[in-house]
Ligand binder design. Structure first.
Ligand SMILES: Nc1ncnc2c1ncn2[C@@H]1O[C@H](COP(=O)(O)OP(=O)(O)OP(=O)(O)O)[C@@H](O)[C@H]1O
Ligand SMILES: [Mg+2]
Length: 1030
């Protein structure tokens, strides 16, 4: 997994993952450069920046950094905010294009197998995902994506360096409209390596399409084209002796290509013609020559191959044969046929094969362009992708390497111009004084190659066109003549002794900006001429194969003019390319190959050092570093380093630039170490930045603790606030609820009170709606009150709640009921004894109530059965009276009739008589029949007078006595003797009959103390006290 550190953040991790931007390397040595690259490579970090240039090292393994998620991470993010990635570069170019509405190009360079084509595909894929899409746009997008497999089939081949090596230079414009939609595309191709069609080195293959056709082509198709499903059958496919390669699946690729051809709108007829030309090349390769006795070339017996060629190209077989074995020379309006030697014939055949294939390739590019073309001609901005061969240095370097290295020289020149221009523009924009940068300007080498009058290409062309016996060696001589003392040119002849040892006689050496390259001149003239004999050219110009016909039928009226040489064509296409690129903003990707054996995880230091050198990376770095190594917007710089200065921490309230100034002053930056631009700070040396970064790292820990504490505080505060808010909310709600309840209650109360008042006002009326509730309330209220305050005893006549008017009657009824209830209860609770007692008391009441003063006190005193038990009565007396049934006995004081002497006696009542008993003597027997009356006073005394009939002289007189249980005794007596009507309550005095005819009296009066004495008048005087009132 990619280490997810942002650019600034990665400064802290620089020891672990290396530096993400070489500009910040402490020293600009190759060793430091390589060690950083290696550190990163070991962590699968294959991308590193040099400023905005991206260095990419081929990992030779699938990395999980090209998925959609990764793409999304990089979309619209500032270039330096995330770790280096090809997506960051692609996105930056795209965003800048959109905001500044200008054109851009991304130059991808590196040696074969370094990953250029992969990089360009990744960029295309990124745009395919990140750009807005509609059905229409998707079609364009698909065409752009699908142009790749087609061009790779026709333009790529397996080489020793790369199983899918691009054998042409490619520049592709992606056109965007102002919304950023990809609306079209255009491809320019450069210098297809046509020689591969006819010759492959050992271990290499021809272009993929040949194998794909033979291996994957449908039986019908092969039959139709006279092909056999066997690569070994074709001379053009067998020279490298590796037609089948494990890493390549030709059959599958064939299907992909056929599908892709459809998508890029190549119809069936054209597709057939296209494969026809491919097949014709294969047949052509099998055309063999013998030589006749004079050494002239003859077509050997196998005419079948030639017929297939004529068939597929739609040309006359005989003319074709003639074209391959004779040269037509025009002299003085006469045409002479000059026979070829076999070598010549082979040369002509191969030239034809190369021409057909080369032109077909160009045709294909044009077709792709047509299909991707954006018809709408409103203004577009473009991003160009240049996938071009890097510097090539082989053991033997030929014309192709010369062209390629020249191309790289031109691109380096372009880079220097653009970089310096950009740098200068930035300085200007930031108001910083421009300081001239020391670097190697390679214009001198470019001039050496391309100068119109003295350049190598001009001299080469001159040699090619010169009549006479020009050869590669004469070309070398001409070079030596013209370039004699050029500092960047040397040959065996021109070299000093030491250098001469390293050079062959047929070599020349150029001191390129990236290093020296020695070229062998052999083949330069032929390759530059790239001649196709006119008669054969004219012949296939009439081809019935539409593609071939289109490619070779010249519309140029002066078609007889000699075509431009390859080098000149290349030179002018490069100049055109330079012009195209100069008008755009540049982005660079430099691809490095990690090892020769295509193995993952291997970092071949020597190989990479070589590439670093030839890609001019150190030179690039030096240019980038010439002024200021590091620059950042004030905001960004301040944001990161503000903790280092108390004045800027935690917030700088002013303008960021001022903040940065205060900060760097605090950090002690020397005036020559930095410059303050308009929007950015420029720091000259990385070490200044690192010192700052290290200080930041130290301070971060301290800061982290502080931040943590702050954060915790903040969080707690937040939590508290939240809780408080919640509490307030709940409180408010609760209060609301309460208030609403209270309000409802009050409203209800008001209603009730109103009703109550209304009810009260109308209480006197008959029950109606206004007073019914009130009355009910009053009723209930009264009844409730009554319930709690009922009289507890029958005797309690006072306790009774006063009823409201409406209940007056009810109350009375209730009262009655209640009393009845109480009485009933009382009565039910009464025992027979108590009943008897009460009956006695009732009798007592009927006799004495309201008459005798001591009566009320007597009520509470219960009556007993007797006060003298039978045992207390003398036996003798008992025997005498027992038959009469003793009912009651009570001790009394009997007063003598004469002298009123008090004598204690027992008074016993039987069924028939009352007896006065003194011990064993019955002193007096009073028959009830002779008892004529009973008198008592109205006072509190206990005096009783029994009036006895005195007709019988034997009878003593009235019986006068005092009894403590007066009411009990008299009641019993009345009951037994049936004398209740005989009792008299007398006021003042009672007359007594002492004897028959002799009377006295008992007088009663009130006094302080009770007394009984005989008064002077002879009466018995009884003094009673006032009854105690309760
Ligand atoms: N980013 C990458 N991740 C994984 N593998 C890669 C990557 N880039 C390149 N490769 C591997 O390296 C091989 C060669 O890459 P590529 O074809 O892009 O090289 P090139 O620079 O275009 O070479 P040439 O100049 O020969 O065309 C690829 O087929 C692939 O296996
Ligand atoms: Mg490639």
């Amino acid at each position: 997994m990619q280490v997810q550190l942002d650019m600034e953040g990665a400064l802290t991790a620089r020891d672990r993952v290396g530096i993400q931007d070489f500009v910040l390397l402490d020293e600009t040595t190759e060793t430091a450069f390589l060690s950083n690259l290696k550190k990163r490579f070991s962590k699968d970090l294959i991308y590193t920046y040099i400023g905005t240039l991206l260095v990419s090292v081929n990992p030779y393994k699938e990395l999980d950094i090209y998925n959609k998620k990764q793409m999304e991470i990089y979309m619209g993010v500032n270039f330096f905010e995330l770790p280096p990635h090809i997506y960051a570069l692609a996105d930056s170019a795209y965003q800048t294009m959109l905001t500044e509405f200008n054109n851009h190009f991304i130059l991808i360079s590196g040696e074969s197998g370094a990953g250029k084509t992969e990089a360009s595909k990744k960029i295309l894929q990124y745009y395919a995902v990140s750009c807005p899409s509609t059905t229409l746009l998707n079609t364009v997008r698909d065409k752009m994506l699908m142009s790749n497999p087609v061009l790779e089939a026709f333009g790529n081949a397996k080489t020793l360096k790369n199983d899918n090596s691009s054998r042409f230079g490619k520049y592709m414009d992606i056109q965007f409209d102002s919304q950023g939609d990809a609306v079209g595309g255009h491809i320019l191709n450069y210098l297809l390596e046509k020689s591969r069609v006819v010759h492959q080195n050992h271990g290499e293959r021809n272009f993929h399409i040949f194998y794909q056709l033979v291996e994957g082509g449908e039986d019908d198709l092969l039959h139709q084209m006279g092909l056999e499903r066997d690569c070994q059958h074709y001379n053009y496919l067998t020279q490298g002796e590796c037609a089948i390669v494990s890493s390549i699946n030709d059959r599958n690729d064939w299907k992909t290509v056929k599908n892709a051809l459809q998508i890029i709108n190549i119809d069936e007829i054209n597709t057939n013609h296209l494969f026809g030309t491919v097949a014709s090349v294969l047949h052509l390769g099998n055309v063999q020559f013998d030589s006749d006795s004079k050494g002239h070339a003859l077509l050997n017996n196998n005419n079948a191959e030639l017929r297939w060629v004529s068939n597929l190209l739609g040309v006359d077989a005989h003319s074709l044969q003639e074209g391959l074995t004779y040269r037509k020379i025009e002299a003085k309006n006469e045409q002479v046929l000059s026979p070829f030697t076999t070598d010549h014939a082979i040369y002509a055949r191969d030239a034809l094969a190369k021409a057909i294939y080369g032109q077909t390739f160009t045709w294909l590019v044009n077709k792709i362009n047509e299909s991707m073309e954006n018809k709408d001609n409103s203004r577009k901005t473009v991003i160009g992708l240049l996938d071009i061969y890097g510097f090539e240095v082989f053991y033997v370097n030929s014309f192709e390497q010369f062209c390629i290295n020249y191309c790289n020289e031109k691109l380096q020149q372009l880079f220097i111009q653009l970089t310096l221009k950009a740098e200068q523009e930035e300085y200007e924009a930031e108001d910083i004084e421009w300081e001239p940068v020391q670097f190697f300007n390679n214009k001198i080498i470019c001039d050496l190659v391309e100068d119109k009058y003295r350049g190598i290409i001009t001299i080469l062309d001159e040699e090619c066109l010169r009549p006479g016996d020009a050869s590669d060696l004469t070309f070398l001589e001409r070079l030596e003549e013209k370039m004699g003392n050029h500092p960047h040119f040397v040959t065996h002849k021109l070299a000093d002794k030491m250098t001469r040892k390293t050079l062959e006689r047929g070599d020349f050496r150029l001191l390129h900006y990236a290093g020296e390259v020695t070229y062998c001149v052999v083949g330069f003239l032929d390759k530059n001429n790239d001649l196709l004999y006119r008669n054969i050219k004219d012949l296939i110009g009439q081809s019935k194969n539409a593609i071939v016909k289109e490619c070779f039928s010249s519309t140029d009226p002066d078609s007889r003019r000699r075509p431009e040489t390859v080098a000149t064509q290349f030179k002018s296409s490069l100049l055109k390319l330079t012009e195209i690129l100069m008008a755009k903003e540049a982005w660079y990707i430099r691809c490095l190959k990690s090892n020769e054996s295509k193995q993952p995880g291997q970092f071949d230091e020597a190989l990479i050092r070589h590439q670093v050198k030839y890609l001019g990376l150190m030179e690039h770095l030096r240019v980038r570093r010439a002024g200021f190594a590091y620059r950042r917007k004030y905001e960004v710089f301040l944001k990161r380093y503000k903790p280092l200065c108390p004045a800027t921490w935690p917030h700088w309230r002013g303008v960021p630039a001022d903040g940065v100034e205060v900060l760097v002053q605090h950090l002690g930056y020397m005036p020559n170490e930095y410059k303050m631009g308009r929007t950015k700070i420029f720091i000259r040396h990385p070490r200044t930045l690192y010192a700052t970064e290290d200080a930041y790292e130290r301070c971060k820990h301290e800061l982290a603790t502080r931040l943590q504490a702050k954060y915790k505080g903040y969080k707690a505060k937040g939590e508290f606030k939240k809780q408080k808010e919640a509490a307030t909310k709940i409180e408010t709600c609760w209060r609301g609820v309460q208030a609403r309840k209270e309000r409802d209650k009050r409203a209800w109360a008001v209603k009730v009170i109103k009703k109550f008042i209304k009810g009260y006002i109308n209480r006197g009326q008959l029950k109606n709606t206004d007073n019914s509730e009130y009355l009910a309330f009053v009723r209930q209220n009264y009844l409730n009150r009554l319930k709690g305050n009922l009289p507890k005893t029958v005797l309690d006549k006072t306790t009774w709640q006063t009823p409201p008017a409406v209940l007056a009657e009810t109350s009375e009824i209730l009262r009655m009921l209640h009393y009845r209830l109480m009485v009933r209860k009382y009565v039910r609770g009464i025992t027979p004894q108590k009943k008897a007692q009460l009956q006695l008391k009732l009798l007592t009441s009927s006799i004495f109530k309201g008459k005798k003063e001591s009566y009320p006190q007597s009520i509470a005193q219960p009556f007993v059965d007797t006060r003298i038990s039978e045992q207390e009565i003398n036996m003798r007396v008992l025997q005498t009276i027992r038959n009469e049934h003793i009912k009651y006995g009570v001790p009394v004081i009997k007063y003598d009739r004469n002298g009123f002497k008090p004598r204690p006696r027992q008074l016993v009542l039987t069924q028939t008589a009352a007896y006065v008993i003194e011990e064993a003597k019955i002193k007096q027997r009073v028959l009830y029949t002779s008892l004529k009356g009973i008198s008592v006073s109205n006072l509190t005394d206990g005096i009783i007078v029994l009036h006895i009939t005195c007709e019988d002289p034997k009878q003593k007189g009235d019986l006068l006595m005092q009894c403590d249980h007066l009411f009990e005794f008299l009641t019993k007596l009345c009951l037994i003797a049936n004398k209740e009507n005989s009792v008299k309550v007398v006021q003042g005095s009672i007359k007594i009959e002492i004897q028959a005819g002799k009377e006295s009296a008992v007088d009663f009066s009130l006094g302080q103390e009770p007394m009984v004495f005989k008064a002077k008048n002879g009466h018995l005087m009884v003094v009673a006290t006032r009854a105690r009132t309760r």
